[in-house]
Design a binder for this molecule. Structure first.
Ligand code: SPV
Ligand code: MG
Length: 433
């Protein structure tokens, strides 16, 4: 009887290298390909340009492939338990890269039932690398990038975003991946272009002083070196007559969501609360701004999120909920509820009451103060976007301040070497074309 052979595939571009490995596998027996789901692929590499269903159709037509099965995780456990293939085929790169724990687990399971692992030398052909880079670039194009946030929410239920205020912080948001002990991986889904961090990076207060032209320059710097979706903090959105232009520009350049807060007059940062004078907008005026923004849209992909400041300004839960329903009725695709309390009780109460009436509007939170709550808990309560709004600014800035002090104190730079990234690493941080 022919042996059964298993290969896992996460790619959405099929090139000669994949065909060659399938040919080699087919020479060993009857080949089953495990096609990784979109969510599994997105957890450790770029978001697939072809959906799971399309990849299944293509891969099942390749000569030498007998059948295709769904692979839910990058771990092989479920697959091996269900199908018990005689042979698993893989490139030998996973002996040393981040997939090492997956390999160890795979080997243990294979040994438990007498299966075999066959590893072929991994070939990194420069033409295939170029092809991969080409497809990666496609993901940065406006239509593809803009649509991705909605797709991610539909796919994962909860997405996580981190602030980016420059090309470099964009690269950190784009490329940071952590590999978990079980071989799983995690990365950020989207980027938050925060008014606080964008202003702070320019040495300016967060009072809508940095104008939209400058804010769009920041987005452009970030977009030039990344592919992930952008959620833009547009403060109050400004005058309605101006907001429609902001919406059009954001949509055209490929941002996925704008968040506007229901304040009027001179905006101050929410984390000051009532310690400074801040005025909440009248409900009808803000609804008018949302309606005008929605009217300006050309696609179904771009979302307008209304941010409610009632808890920040101590106007009470009833006011927050009243606003949330009015803003969704006016067409808001998403609601962000903000609080500056460490205790998440008021955030949880809002979410529970809002979700009792509305199960579908996207819910957004920014857990800067209530930062003990985990993403899992937010997900369980019905939140769809968690934004880590300022942590890169708040970590980068103190490190720079310390280095500056050390140089002054020691009359040389040697002492601050320990807190500096090696020169070769900082050079490698920026990918070369
Ligand atoms: C920002 O990051 O600019 C925000 C969130 O608006 S907060 O600073 O918490 O108001
Ligand atoms: Mg802001």
């Amino acid at each position: 009887m022919r042996k059964t052979v298993f290969i896992s595939m996460s790619t959405d571009i099929i090139h000669g290298g994949h065909i060659a490995i399938i040919e080699k596998a087919a020479a060993l027996g009857e080949v089953t390909v495990g096609v990784l789901t979109d969510e599994a692929v997105a957890s450790f590499k770029r978001y697939p340009l072809l959906s799971y269903e399309e990849r299944v159709k293509i891969i099942s037509q390749i000569k030498g492939v007998s059948r295709v099965v769904r692979q839910n995780t990058i771990s092989y456990k479920e697959i091996l338990d269900n199908y018990r293939p005689d042979v698993v085929v893989h490139g030998d790169n996973w002996r040393t890269d981040h997939l090492k724990p997956i390999r160890t687990e795979c080997l243990e399971i294979l040994e438990s039932y007498g299966g075999e692992l066959v590893e072929f030398p991994y070939s990194s052909n420069s033409e295939y690398k170029k092809l991969d880079a080409y497809f990666r670039d496609q993901a940065s194009l406006p239509d593809i990038r803009r649509a991705r946030l909605k797709k991610e929410i539909a796919m994962k239920g909860l997405v996580i975003a981190i602030e980016a205020h420059s090309g470099l912080t964009g690269l950190i948001a784009e490329n940071t991946v952590v590999y978990e002990e079980n071989g799983g991986a995690r990365q950020f889904d989207a980027m938050w272009v925060s008014s606080l961090c964008d202003s702070t990076a320019k040495g300016k207060p967060d009072i809508e002083l940095v104008d939209m032209t400058s804010r769009f320059r920041t987005i452009d710097d970030i977009m030039e070196v990344t592919t992930k979706p952008v959620i833009f903090d547009a403060d109050t959105g400004g005058m309605t007559e101006h907001f429609v232009y902001t919406v059009r520009t954001l949509e055209r350049i490929g941002a996925s969501m704008v968040i506007i807060e229901d304040k009027t007059g001179l905006k101050k940062n929410s984390l000051f609360g009532n310690e400074v004078k801040q005025t909440q907008a009248a409900i009808e005026d803000f609804c008018e701004k949302i309606r005008a923004g929605k009217h300006a849209l050309k696609t179904n992909d771009f979302m307008i999120c209304a941010r409610i400041e009632s808890l920040i300004l101590e106007q009470g839960m009833e006011d927050a909920l009243k606003r949330a329903y009015a803003f969704t009725d006016a067409g808001a695709d998403a609601i962000m509820i903000h609080s500056r309390k460490k205790d998440p009780a008021e955030i949880f109460e809002f979410i529970e009451k809002f979700r009792a009436e509305d199960s579908s509007t996207v819910l957004v939170v920014v857990p800067t103060s209530f930062n003990e709550v985990t993403e899992e808990e937010f997900r369980a309560r019905g939140v769809n976007i968690v934004i880590y709004a300022n942590q890169l600014t708040r970590t980068g800035f103190p490190a720079m301040q310390s280095a500056a002090r050390m140089i002054l104190e020691n009359h040389r730079a040697k002492e601050c070497d320990d807190i500096c990234m090696p020169i070769k690493d900082i050079i490698r941080l920026i990918p070369e074309e």
